[in-house]
Write a protein that binds this ligand. Structure first.
Ligand code: G3I
Length: 359
C-alpha cells in the first residue's frame, strides 16, 4: 500500500478519537467546574470555525459587548435583546449556559445617559429602570449577572478614595450599588448577583490595596443587606505584574469566608507592554502565558472557584489586539488565549486542562 494511503488510513482510523477528544467544557465538568468564554454574536453567525471551537470548548458563554447598557437600552425605555439573541440561541443549541455582563458600568453607556445631568433622584430612577427592564428580558435565560463592574478606584489614581469616580458614584455615593443589586433581586429572584472587578490578582502593593478596597466595600454592602452573592475576578493577567499564589489564595479565602462565591470572569494573559518577547519567539511567549494561566486557575480552583471564563478563545479575536495597554507595541498578534489563529490548542489550553483536572 502506498505510503500516503498508509498515512491517510492511519489518520482516518484515528479521526473518531481526535474528533471526540474532550474539550475544556468536558474536562472542567468532570470536577464540577464550568469553563467558558466571551463571545461576539456576529462571529457565531458568520465565522464557522470560530463557532465550532466555541461549541467544542465552552460550557458557558458571556457576551463580550451585547449585554452592556448601550446594547440593552440604546434609547430611554427601549429595551432590546436583539444583539444578545444569537448568543442565547447558540447556547441553547449547544447545551451551554449564558452569564450576563454588565448592568451598571462607568462606560459603554449610550449618549442619552451621558447627557442626563444626573441628580440622585434621577440616577436612582434610571438605575432601577435599567436593571428591571434588562432582567425582565433575560429572566429564565440568564442565571448569573455582573450587576456592577469596575466600581473600585485605582489606588494609583485615587489614593484617598476607595470608589471609582463614576457618574453613578457622583450622583449617589456607593448607594448606587444598593439600588442596582436590590433592583436585580426584585427583578429576578433566581439570578446570582455578581460584583465584577479587575486588578485584584497580582502580588504587589497596588493589588494589595485594591483587594483591601474590595473587601471593605463588600463588608459594607453585606452589612447593609445588599444581595451581592459573588465576586467576579476578571483575571486579565499582565505578565509585567508579579503573581504569587499565596496573597491571591488568601483573598479568595476572605471572600469565601464572607459567604461569597468567586468566579474568574475574563481570564487572559497579557504580554509586557514595555518589553515584549520577540513576536517570532512563539514557544517562549506561549510558555510564559501558560505558566501564569496555570498558576492563577489552579490557585482559584483550590480555593473553591467553580466558574472560569477566558475573555475569548482564539488569539485573533482578543480585545488585546486592539486596545492599549494590552496590545503589543509592534502590533503583532497577541498570544493571550487558549487557541491560536488556526483554533489549535496552545500550551494555555493544556494549562487549563491540567488545572481543571487537578494536575
Ligand atoms: O460594534 C461597533 C462597530 O459597529 C463600530 O464600527 C466600531 C468602531 O467604533 O465599534 C464597535 O463597537 C466596539 C465594541 O467593542 C465591539 O467590538 C466598541 O467601539 C468598543 O468600545 C468595544 O470595546 C469593548 C470594551 O469592553 C468596551 O465595551 C471590548 O470589545 C471588550 O473586550 C471590552 O471588555 C472589557 C469588559 O467589558 C470589562 N473588563 C475589561 C474588558 C477589556 O477592556
Amino acid at each position: 500500500m502506498h505510503r500516503r494511503s498508509l498515512l491517510s488510513s492511519a489518520l482516518i482510523a484515528a479521526w473518531p478519537a481526535m474528533a471526540q477528544e474532550p474539550g475544556l467544557r468536558e474536562i472542567a465538568a468532570r470536577r464540577g467546574i464550568t469553563y467558558g468564554t466571551a463571545v461576539h454574536a456576529r462571529l457565531l453567525e458568520s465565522d464557522a470555525p470560530y463557532a465550532a471551537s466555541i461549541a467544542r470548548e465552552a460550557g458557558i458563554l458571556v457576551p463580550e459587548g451585547e449585554g452592556k447598557w448601550d446594547s440593552m437600552q440604546p434609547d430611554p425605555g427601549r429595551f432590546s435583546l436583539a444583539e444578545m439573541e444569537p448568543i442565547l440561541r447558540f447556547a441553547a443549541r449547544h447545551g451551554q449556559t449564558v452569564r450576563g455582563h454588565t448592568l451598571v458600568w462607568h462606560t459603554a453607556l449610550p449618549r442619552w445617559v451621558w447627557e442626563a445631568n444626573l441628580t440622585s433622584a434621577s440616577a436612582e430612577a434610571m438605575l432601577e429602570a435599567h436593571v428591571a427592564g434588562s432582567l425582565a428580558l433575560t429572566r429564565g435565560r440568564i442565571a448569573d449577572w455582573d450587576v456592577a463592574n469596575e466600581v473600585i478606584g485605582d489606588p494609583d489614581l485615587l489614593p484617598n478614595q476607595d470608589m471609582r469616580d463614576s457618574i453613578w458614584y457622583r450622583a449617589l455615593g456607593d448607594r448606587f450599588l444598593d439600588i442596582a443589586f436590590h433592583a436585580a433581586r426584585r427583578a429576578d429572584p433566581a439570578c446570582r448577583l455578581v460584583l465584577n472587578e479587575y486588578g485584584v490578582e497580582a502580588s504587589w502593593p497596588r493589588a494589595d490595596e485594591k483587594r483591601a478596597r474590595v473587601l471593605r466595600l463588600l463588608r459594607r454592602l453585606l452589612d447593609r443587606g445588599v444581595p451581592v452573592q459573588a465576586l467576579g475576578i476578571q483575571a486579565h493577567m499582565p505578565l509585567d505584574q508579579p503573581f504569587a499564589p499565596a496573597p491571591f489564595a488568601r483573598f479568595l479565602r476572605d471572600l469565601r469566608g464572607m459567604g461569597l462565591d468567586v468566579l474568574l470572569t475574563e481570564l487572559d494573559v497579557l504580554e509586557p507592554a514595555d518589553r515584549p518577547l520577540r513576536a517570532e519567539d512563539i514557544p517562549a511567549r506561549d510558555a510564559a502565558v501558560a505558566e501564569r494561566a496555570y498558576a492563577v486557575v489552579s490557585t482559584a480552583v483550590a480555593e473553591g472557584c467553580r466558574t472560569v471564563l477566558t475573555w475569548g478563545l482564539a488569539d485573533p479575536y482578543s480585545w488585546a489586539n486592539l486596545w492599549p495597554p494590552a496590545r503589543r507595541p509592534d502590533g503583532a498578534e497577541v498570544r493571550t488565549l487558549p487557541l491560536d489563529r488556526h483554533f489549535a490548542r496552545k500550551p494555555f489550553w493544556h494549562a487549563l486542562a491540567r488545572a481543571f483536572s487537578g494536575g
